[in-house]
Write a protein that binds this ligand. Structure first.
Ligand SMILES: Nc1ncnc2c1ncn2[C@@H]1O[C@H](COP(=O)(O)OP(=O)(O)OP(=O)(O)O)[C@@H](O)[C@H]1O
Length: 692
């Protein structure tokens, strides 16, 4: 938004959608009612995103990210020169947050033939471009994640989309050396005049770059296919879980169909939606998930489709691969999707695909063994005549998801089910439902909220199970249907689990990305005994404990958000137009409803005290008119001034509100003035040192 747009006068009244004097309070009401259907967090998120996208904050934020890298490079270079730590600190202190200017300055100081000079020159180039290049960064003090055993965590950011960049989004993440990822988490203070940027460095088993293709992802997920494994795609809606899932499906297919064998694999594909389960291989038929006496989970009645790796010996790999794709076409289409605000085709269910590689001779052996067991059991029963067989309650997850010890066991005999015939290797691929947050749920109905809550519960259970398992304590996988299905991951030491956390690189998704990274970071670190007693980690914007396995460089920069190059003068030097521009954007737009006389300059403003400032404008509900004749009017009023005029003898509440605004305006002006004066001083010092 151009800050000047907030100022309206009679001449541009028709061009401005908020015409002079028109009452737009109904728009506020509509917005309020939308917000009232959700909770206060949503409001917070909306305003957070909008603020980060505003042009002024955007440029300060991008500069802050670049400065971070500039400082990093700078200290690295100076270190390589064996410059003393004190010197590095002094230079960095001096330069920050204007590291963009310190690079050319450094060039003037360094000898012409200095070997590192080209590097510094290229840094200057980096700083001049708008897109950020990933830094060659090593974590300064990253605690290495504990040995992760069978769990691996990968992070995959998706590329920024065209629509996102055209709406002013920019990168807030960067990956480096395949192991670390940095999230630049900007926070605007309540006054709107302070930006705090946290640069959070996380370390994982692998961090892919945005341009990594699905083939590389698939290869990583498949490994040598020798051990049973579960690959889980986890992340916020719209970050590429399904894209990754489909890529891995293709990789499995292409790996299998490259084999020269007429053997078969068996495929199951179903989805879990709330407490219901549907077979994607058979027209979304209702399924029941039951545990057998060994607590192995089975999708009872699920269609198990046989896929012959080569239908005949002469079939080529690409023909076989086409058959593979064909088999999966319908189930992929059938996946339950529903429109949300974030992603038009958003998965609101967990999809579970399994492929089982079967060794026929072992199947036969297993069958014979089972039949023998059944025969013996039958004989025993007949011998104990009169004794009633133990019938355990049906525990279809579709009906009951309680978590007692006996639950889930049934008299269902898995040997009759082909899914039981898991002999060699089983590959399970899970596309989790998107972790939708309240911020995205402005349009959600009550049913959707319930669905969202269930998804979040499932994801929390998953995280907890992984943590518990890694801490070698018992995982409560019975806590949720999803974790029951994934039971192998928590009980079978031979089972490998890989989590592909997908994230969005953009500003608007910062809070979600933070959430995803924090969660997967929590999964990767085995909690110590002490930590288990005293859990210090909170998610989202809260404080993050060291056990996240990441490093947080918390850099606080006070930035006069309004003064981002539009004018670099002290308040006393502002023209009337600059005054209006500042008023429109200062303190997060808090004064944008104020209309000052058009001729009021910066020096006039500084002469006014709090009371005189508050008398400059009149606050009535419908229309706010500046004091001077024909000097303009405005369309919205202070949140504090609900009714009536604020003039002498008017509503005392409005009078107080007006005084309050006057006081805040007075303070904001002084803070702004101080910022600009400080900045000017720093610049003068630099000029003096460089002899300009
Ligand atoms: N790595 C990537 N490269 C290119 N495009 C991608 C990548 N990841 C995601 N996309 C694109 O982003 C969009 C959203 O991706 P996708 O549907 O896979 O997200 P999702 O996380 O599965 O969302 P949901 O949870 O709502 O299903 C799609 O148009 C997809 O093609």
């Amino acid at each position: 938004m151009n800050p000047h747009h907030a100022y309206a006068n009679e001449h541009n009244a028709t061009a401005n959608p908020f015409a002079v004097g028109s009452d737009v309070s109904h728009q506020n009401t509509a917005q309020e009612s939308l917000w009232s259907t959700t909770n206060s967090d949503a409001r917070l998120h909306f305003s957070y995103r909008e603020t980060l996208l505003s042009p002024t904050v955007r440029s300060v934020m991008i500069k802050s990210i670049r400065d971070y890298y500039a400082i990093y490079w700078l200290s690295k270079l100076l270190n390589s020169l064996n410059v003393s730590g004190e010197m590095v600190r002094n230079i960095v202190d001096y330069a920050y947050p204007g590291a963009g200017t310190v690079v050319p300055f450094l060039l003037t100081l360094l000898p012409h033939n200095w070997s590192q000079k080209p590097k510094i020159t290229s840094l200057a180039v980096v700083l001049q471009t708008t897109s950020l290049s990933p830094p060659l960064q090593t974590p300064l003090q990253t605690p290495s994640p504990h040995h992760k055993g069978n769990f691996k965590i990968y992070v995959r950011p998706r590329p920024i989309q065209k629509s996102e960049s055209t709406s002013g989004n920019y990168h807030v993440i960067s990956t480096s050396r395949s192991k670390t990822i940095t999230l630049h988490y900007g926070k605007i203070g309540r006054t709107g005049n302070r930006l705090t940027t946290e640069h959070r460095l996380y370390k994982f088993d692998h961090c892919f770059s945005e341009d990594t293709g699905n083939q590389e992802i698939g290869n990583r997920a498949m490994g040598d296919m020798k051990r049973p494994r579960t690959v889980i795609c986890y992340g916020q809606t719209g970050t590429g879980k399904t894209h990754t899932f489909k890529g891995i499906l293709d990789s499995i297919g292409s790996r299998l169909t490259s084999l020269k064998t007429e053997e078969s694999v068996f495929i199951q594909f179903y989805e879990v939606h709330g407490k219901k389960c549907y077979d994607l291989m058979e027209g979304r038929k209702n399924l029941r998930i039951l545990s057998d006496k060994d607590e192995k989970v089975h999708a009872v009645g699920a269609n198990v489709v046989e896929f012959k790796i080569k239908s005949k010996y002469s079939e080529t790999s690409s023909e076989a691969f086409e058959r593979w794709k064909k088999i999966l076409e319908e189930p992929l289409r059938l996946r339950s999707t529903q429109s949300t605000q974030r992603n038009d085709v958003s998965s609101r269910s967990h999809s579970i695909f399994t492929v089982t590689l079967v060794n026929e001779s072992e199947i036969r052996l297993e069958k014979v063994k089972r039949e023998e067991e059944l025969r013996l059991a039958k004989m025993e029963k007949e011998m104990n005549e009169g004794e009633v067989g133990c019938s355990v309650a049906d525990n279809s997850f579709g009906v009951d998801d309680s978590s007692s010890e006996d639950e889930g066991k049934s008299n269902y005999d898995p040997t009759n089910h082909p899914a039981f015939e898991i002999i060699n290797t089983k590959i399970r691929l899970v596309d989790l439902a998107g972790s939708e947050q309240n911020a995205d749920t402005g349009k959600m109905a009550a049913q959707d909220h319930k669905e969202s809550a269930d998804i979040n519960t499932a994801l929390m259970s998953l995280k907890e199970c992984i943590r518990k398992h890694r801490a070698k304590s018992l995982s409560n996988y019975r806590a949720h249907l999803l974790t029951r299905i994934l039971r192998d991951c928590f009980v079978d030491p031979n089972h490998e689990t890989m989590i592909f956390a997908t994230i969005s690189p953009t500003t608007i998704d910062t809070l979600h990305t933070l959430n995803t990274l924090n969660h997967v970071a929590m999964m990767q670190v085995r909690p110590s005994k002490n930590e288990r007693k005293k859990e210090r980690v909170t998610s989202g914007g809260g404080k993050v404990g060291e056990n996240l396995g990441g490093v947080i460089t918390n850099v606080v920069v006070e930035v006069p958000i309004v003064d981002s190059g539009t004018f670099n003068k002290t308040v006393g030097e502002w023209t009337a137009e600059e005054v209006r521009g500042w008023i429109a954007a200062a303190n997060g737009g808090k004064f944008s409803h104020i209309v000052l006389p058009v001729s009021l300059k910066g020096e006039d403003l500084l002469k006014l005290n709090e009371t005189s400032l508050s008398r400059l404008f009149d606050m009535t509900r419908i229309e706010t008119v500046a004091r001077g004749e024909g000097e303009g009017s405005t369309w919205v009023i202070s949140a504090n001034a609900e009714s009536g005029g604020g003039g002498e003898g008017g509503d005392p509440d409005v009078g107080r509100a007006r005084q309050e605004i006057g006081r805040e305006l007075f303070q904001a002006l002084r803070i702004e003035n101080k910022h600009i004066a400080q900045k000017r001083l720093v610049q003068e010092n630099k000029d003096r040192m460089t002899g300009r």
